[in-house]
Design a protein around this ligand. Structure first.
Ligand code: ZN
Length: 72
């Protein structure tokens, strides 16, 4: 079964988005070019992990990201 998650281009710079796990309990999508990212979503189980990945991908694809340099 495929669990591929489609990520749109970065809403800020059109760069590539990457799903990034941290500490094995939360995940976010980060732009590899400008560092913009979505909010973290936490998970406990493998099932929740997949759901969390889908959730952050959805946030990313909707453009709900935080820019890395809010001063600009
Ligand atoms: Zn970007």
């Amino acid at each position: 079964m495929e669990n591929m998650i489609e990520l749109e281009e970065c809403p800020c710079c059109r760069g590539a988005g990457m799903i990034a796990h941290e500490g094995g309990w939360n995940v976010q999508v980060v732009c590899v070019d400008c560092g913009s990212c979505t909010a973290y979503v936490e998970y406990d189980t493998e099932e929740e992990k997949l759901e969390a990945e889908r959730t952050v991908a959805r946030l990313w694809n909707m453009g709900k990201v935080v820019k890395s340099n809010p001063g600009e």
